[in-house]
Design a protein around this ligand. Structure first.
Ligand code: WTA
Length: 642
């Protein structure tokens, strides 16, 4: 077979190859088979309608995510199984069975209904990592409302922007959340956001920290008060397979985050299948995705994936190193975690603390480890394998995106484990036709860097960008018409393995979290002192990369440490502490092409202390000479001090 399968020197397991080939030969039959593992109120009429760039899966089918995550388990022995094992940062714990979760979800679904939330309405959720977060998500799903979870580390401006774009009418938040022993005043931040978000009619507030908050009469209600009058059962809404389940905002290359819309049937098929293939999930597993539900990883592998497959999912509220750097290892030991899925940044942080911390705990319950979010350096991979996995546990390095909904390139021990190579996400999952191509769309030979593309639709593919079809088409489908463009660089080796080489666009990955440089730049220029700004990523030993800002000041402002602090504080307040620039440099001017485009390559070379280097790659508009000249000039200016 042509295309996705290299023909020579395969070290792929036969079973994997068989399943993969079947999925390529008859994708619709293959995916229909996977979809049958879910409960459908009505079977689909057509598996796929592919009207590029829109794919609609299991068309005509009717399904409900909350029913699949709860009702169908409650009807079996799993009724009394732990659905969620939760640990709060201060050390409080809750074990919530499927039945209890089912009850809570039903009750909150009735609350939402009574607040006037209807099918298709958007509900914004701004909560810390507490059980009410999945309860609220599943309650939305139950009544066909669309949740949009906003990571609780985002600022009021970021929250307001997301509410305004999604036009949510209810906001669910908490009085506060714990982070490193301190209380984050979520309600206060939410109030600031709601002042600027006129679509919000009601705010529901969970009491978590007991801190003093102001409640606005007629708008704000305590979660526990509303739950008191709730009904125990709400019929799950049998929504169309293509009905939106959620919107999740993520950064792109413009100043504004985009609302990635996921559907119901296809998304659930994606997460359910990958739970089996990649995580080889078993009923006795204690499955811990150590991420925040505010990101796609948490949506798919803390909430929907584990619950739909009837697994026990672990949720931990706080900081990984609080109160000491062995907090995670203590959780693994006490809860008997069998699968641990996290980011390379977290692994590198623990590496820094040293192996004595994990060594204090019995980690022998672990059977499988996973990573996600950024390329993992082989050194961190080996440390994870040796120190955490005791050289016993395979590591699944999973490549995917907010847009893909579920894992796309990853080893699949649930089918047959491929020989692992530290730093490679290995091979595409069944049904995923991935390739690495050059600017002209031609597959590149082994060992050559190119763009990662997906050549056919897959069930958990995004439905679109919320209220922005133009952006959807342009970002993902215009560079290589007919194929999904990932925005990532990749390379394949002689064995056909995929090596992910970072973003090919102006998106940074800071501790595994996406942020567009444009988004930071547009925030920076809204600071009163900043006339122009450019942001690039600088390699960082733990975080992968950090944003570094170059700013040109307005007339009347002079550079100095105070202004630098004020600019950094400003980003904290406008976006999130996650993305505060590690360095702010004041410059007279930015290196630009004749057409006025900022030469980021020059800035990147300067921050990483390198020569401009390889000038032959494709993305630069400027001539080689122009770039070199700009580099020399800028370096001289820059080194000349502020
Ligand atoms: C990067 C996270 C290398 C990649 C689930 C992608 C990875 C972006 C990996 C999506 C991996 C994700 N190896 N890079 N295993 N997984 N990435 O939307 O650049 O937060 O495009 O989704 O993370 O980030 P997002």
């Amino acid at each position: 077979m042509e295309g996705p399968l290299p023909t020579e020197s395969r070290i792929w397991p036969r079973r994997y190859e068989e399943v993969y080939e079947r999925s390529m030969r008859d994708p619709e039959g293959f995916w229909a088979e996977q979809a049958k593992r879910l409960d459908w109120f009505k079977t689909w009429d057509r598996v796929l309608e592919w009207d590029p760039p829109y794919a609609r899966w299991f068309v005509g089918g009717r399904i409900n995510a909350s029913h699949n995550a709860l009702d169908r388990h409650v009807a079996t022995w799993r009724k009394n199984k732990a659905a969620i094992i939760w640990e709060g940062e201060p050390g409080d714990e809750k074990v919530i069975t499927y039945y209890r979760l089912y009850r809570e979800v039903n009750r909150f679904a009735s609350v939402l209904k009574d607040l006037g939330v209807r099918k298709g309405d958007r509900v914004a959720i701004y909560l810390p990592m507490i059980p009410e977060l999945p309860v609220a998500m599943l309650a939305c799903a139950r009544i066909g409302a669309v949740h949009t979870v906003v990571f609780s580390g985002f600022s009021s401006t970021a929250l307001a922007d997301r509410i305004n774009d999604s036009r949510a009418k209810v906001l669910v938040t908490a009085d506060g959340g714990y982070r490193r022993g301190k209380v984050v005043p979520l309600k206060r931040i939410a109030d600031e956001a709601v002042d600027r978000a006129p679509s919000i009619e009601t705010v529901v507030v969970v009491r978590r920290t007991g801190s003093e908050v102001s409640m606005q009469e007629g708008r704000d209600y305590w979660w526990h008060d509303l739950m008191e009058g709730a009904r125990d059962y709400v019929e799950p809404e049998p929504v169309e397979s293509t009905h939106p389940l959620f919107i999740l905002y993520t950064s792109g290359t413009t100043g504004k985050p985009k609302g990635i819309v996921h559907g119901t049937g296809g998304y659930l098929v994606g997460v359910e299948s990958t739970m089996r293939w990649v995580f080889d999930v078993r009923d006795e597993d204690i499955f811990w995705t150590a991420a925040d539900v505010g990101w796609i990883t948490g949506h798919s592998y803390i909430v929907y994936g584990p619950l739909v497959t009837g697994a026990t999912t672990v949720m931990y509220e706080g900081a990984p190193d609080y109160p000491s750097p062995d907090r995670w290892w203590s959780i693994v030991e006490r809860q008997g975690v069998t699968v641990l899925y996290t980011s390379p940044t977290a692994i590198r942080m623990f590496m820094r603390y040293g192996e004595e911390w994990p060594k204090r705990h019995d980690l022998s319950s672990l059977r499988l480890l996973g990573t996600v979010g950024e390329p993992i350096n082989p050194e961190a991979w080996r440390w994870y394998y040796r120190v955490i996995g005791g050289e016993r546990c395979p590591i699944v390095d999973t490549w995917w995106q907010t847009e893909t909904g579920a894992n796309m390139i990853a080893p699949c021990p649930g089918i047959s484990l491929v020989p692992l190579k530290p730093g490679s996400a290995t091979l595409p999952l069944p049904g995923v036709e991935a390739d690495v191509v050059d600017e002209g769309g031609n597959p590149v030979p082994p060992g050559v860097r190119g763009y990662l593309v997906i050549k056919r639709p897959w069930p958990s593919m995004l439905l679109g960008v919320y209220r922005d079809p133009v952006r959807y088409r342009e970002v993902y489908w215009s560079k290589f018409p007919g194929w999904y463009y990932t925005g990532d660089y990749a390379m394949r080796d002689e064995d056909g393995y995929f090596w992910l080489l970072g973003r090919a666009d102006e998106v940074l990955k800071v501790s595994g979290h996406r942020i567009g440089t444009m988004e930071l730049e547009s925030a920076l220029v809204s600071h009163e002192a900043v006339a122009e700004a450019a942001v690039v990523g600088k390699p960082h030993p733990v975080k992968g990369e950090t944003p570094v800002a170059f700013v040109v000041l307005r007339e009347g402002f002079s550079p100095g440490p105070e202004l630098r602090d004020s600019i950094r504080e400003f980003i904290r307040g406008e976006i999130s502490p996650l993305y505060v620039p590690s360095e702010v440099h004041f410059v007279q001017r930015l290196p630009k092409t004749r057409s006025g485009k900022i030469m980021r390559r020059v800035l990147r070379a300067v921050v990483s202390g390198e020569e401009v280097g390889d000038l032959t790659t494709l993305e630069d508009e400027a001539s080689v000479e122009e770039v070199k000249k700009a580099y020399e000039e800028f370096k001289a200016l820059y080194e000349g001090g502020e």
